[in-house]
Design a protein around this ligand. Structure first.
Ligand SMILES: *Cc1c(COP(=O)(O)O)cnc(C)c1O
Length: 465
């Protein structure tokens, strides 16, 4: 306990040369330096109480405090939002930012953000324009819808559609579709929040047309279908076809709306990946409104698209929530270019689609070339391994893509220590752990990221030697 009393006061620590040099070098404020030292003293105190530093001198203690504070001060130069390398094999990793953008989309963002732009300006007339016009034509061309608009994300789209058309009334949803996505989006909660009464019908595995018919009464405004994107039900199940629901809604003067979740724009059935229908097919069945995410299978920035009949989209555009949920020029820029790539058949330029479609032989070759260039490591060992990638982001849950990667082992470190080491690389490398092994799936790795991993592994190997 003597040690605890001998920890120097903060003002004394602040005068240390190393700290002074850090303050100078990183241009940090006195307050920040003080905070770092306080945090550092606190962590050393805790360790002393846990029986550490027992045989340490006062000088050791002092150095330890300074060292930790310096480390924390150096962290100030690193952004909180920093790039990472996704070696998990999950293409749309929600925690890692879902879709990464096409380089053309990034260029368009940078350009639109550096200059003033025509966000709400018509250069032909010199008058005010509407941001809704920026991407509507692309979306209607791609989906066959009469009209479309963009909001903050698909959760916002659901909220807005319900608020605008079913507030204080009822919307009918099958119990089999009352999904929760990523723990924070629950269809039933969003409905409640929007002021819409949820009319649940059917059972978890079966809902029939007569369930819908029986639920309709004077307070009903909408029939809603929710895509069960993040789980896959097989076996004794049945749901009602969208044509039947669309025509039922029409007969009763109701709106038929589908929350499609990921919103597939390109047919992936030819590649044998999924037979999920594309948005165009859904619209063609007579659905009044659909909504879907932009940063899932479309491979764009975070946003949500609402598409469908013009009279409904016009009402949505005029609603006060359109202002609340609108997106920024950088989102429009990224979205416009992503949609343009899709319309001009340059889907291979969109990283999400490129990675979904990458064939396992190509990935295997990349792994072999990588291993050829990363030989003779010890204590680390690398070996090629067959893996299965997931699309992720709550999309296509039944799909497993054949892939390839490396298994990283280390004689002198546990799996947990190894993954931690990889997370502390200059560009943190996030790996997959399966059966207590560290694995890196190459599906989502661009060439420069593979080089980065090679460098990181070589450095790690040298450190552990
Ligand atoms: C992902 C998803 C949402 C939420 O979309 P965000 O763009 O993440 O807000 C809503 N509904 C379904 C069915 C989804 O799959």
């Amino acid at each position: 306990m003597n040690l605890l009393r001998n920890i120097p006061p903060i003002h004394e620590l602040l005068n240390d040369n190393k700290i002074a040099a850090e303050i100078e070098q990183h241009n940090i404020s006195y307050e920040e330096a003080k905070q770092s030292l306080q945090d550092s003293v606190q962590s050393v105190r805790n360790e002393i109480r846990n029986g550490e530093f027992l045989n340490s001198s006062l000088e050791d203690l002092f150095n330890s405090i300074i060292e930790r504070a310096v480390k924390q001060i150096e962290q100030h130069k690193i952004h909180n939002l920093q790039p990472v390398i996704n070696g998990t094999g999950t293409i749309l990793h929600t925690n890692l930012g879902r879709a990464r953008l096409a380089s053309q989309a990034i260029d368009h963002v940078v350009n639109s953000a550096s200059y003033y732009s025509t966000l709400e300006y018509d250069v032909t007339t010199g008058k005010r324009g509407s941001r809704h016009d920026l991407v509507e034509r692309y979306i209607t061309n791609l989906t066959g819808a009469e009209s479309a608009m963009v909001v903050n994300n698909n959760a916002a789209a659901v909220y807005m559609v319900l608020s605008c058309f079913a507030k204080n009334y009822e919307a009918i949803v099958s119990r089999g579709e009352l999904v929760e996505i990523g723990g924070s989006f629950r269809v039933s909660s969003i409905m409640e929040e929007s002021g819409t009464t949820l009319k649940e019908i059917g059972t978890t595995n079966k809902t029939h047309l007569f369930d819908y018919e029986q639920a309709i009464h004077s307070e009903t405004k909408m029939i809603m279908k929710v895509h069960t994107s993040n789980f896959y039900m097989s076996g004794f199940t049945s749901s009602v076809d969208r044509e039947e629901l669309a025509s039922l809604a029409q007969r009763h003067n109701l709106i038929y709306y589908e929350d499609l979740g990921s919103g597939l724009l390109y047919n992936l059935s030819d590649q044998g990946i999924t037979d999920e229908p594309v948005v165009k097919d859904v619209i063609a069945k007579g659905v009044d409104l659909v909504s879907f995410s932009v940063d899932k299978l479309l491979g764009g920035p975070q946003a949500g698209i609402i598409a469908g009949k013009k009279e409904y989209i016009d009402a949505l555009k005029k609603h006060q929530l359109a202002r609340v949920l609108r997106v920024d020029k950088m989102t429009y820029a990224a979205l416009e270019e992503t949609l343009r790539l899709a319309l001009t058949n340059q889907v291979d330029q969109i990283p999400t689609l490129r990675d979904i479609l990458k064939d396992s032989n190509t990935i295997r070759n990349e792994v072999m070339v990588f291993l050829e260039g990363t030989k003779d490591l010890d204590p680390l060992t690398l070996e090629p391994i067959e893996m299965k990638s997931k699309v992720g982001g709550g999309t296509l849950p039944e799909v497993e893509l054949d892939s390839f990667g490396i298994k990283v082992r280390c004689r002198v470190r546990t799996t947990e220590e190894l993954t931690k080491q990889l997370r502390t690389c200059p560009i943190p490398i996030i790996v997959r752990v399966e059966n207590d092994s560290v694995m890196v799936d190459f599906r989502t790795l661009e060439r420069h990221e593979q080089d980065e991993i090679r460098k990181a592994l070589q450095e790690l190997n040298n450190r552990l030697k």
